[in-house]
Design a protein around this ligand. Structure first.
Ligand SMILES: [Zn+2]
Length: 139
């Protein structure tokens, strides 16, 4: 049996996802996840806005082919204002990348977020310390 991939989610990025979801509530928020893959671990490093995703319409208006060449994108995250963090059939039909992440109302703590693979199986999320500023990029 294959070992499940673990998602490493920096706490500051999770906070940013929650903040965006709260701002758009009761509409859905939708973002792309950028990350790094290592053996058995996907570390989320950035959030990317999908400007063409119409808020409130979720996956229906997202065209993954526009991002076909960007391999640093590991998946998507969107909010469920209902609070139910299970993926819908539409979510799974429009699966993009390796991770489908869903945050649910009230967008607080560690129990309002879930991640799934393309089969709809839940992937464990570890909330890790916030990433340090990449100061070295400026030298
Ligand atoms: Zn959904």
């Amino acid at each position: 049996m294959a070992t499940k991939t673990v998602i490493h989610m920096p706490s500051n990025i999770l906070d940013a996802i929650y903040a965006g979801a709260k701002e758009l509530y009761p509409r859905e928020s939708f973002l792309l996840l950028r990350g790094k893959k290592r053996k058995g671990i996907i570390s989320i490093t950035d959030l990317v806005l999908a400007p063409f995703a119409v808020h409130g319409e979720g996956f229906a208006n997202f065209n993954p082919y526009l991002f076909g060449g960007d391999y640093s994108l590991v998946g998507t995250v969107h909010s469920h204002p209902s609070g139910n963090i299970s993926p819908s059939h539409t979510d799974l039909n429009y699966f993009f990348g390796r991770v489908l992440m869903i945050v649910g109302y009230p967008y607080e703590g560690k129990n309002c977020v879930a991640a799934y693979d393309s089969n709809g199986d839940k992937l464990p999320i570890e909330v890790v310390a916030a990433l340090k500023c990449k100061d070295e990029d400026f030298y």
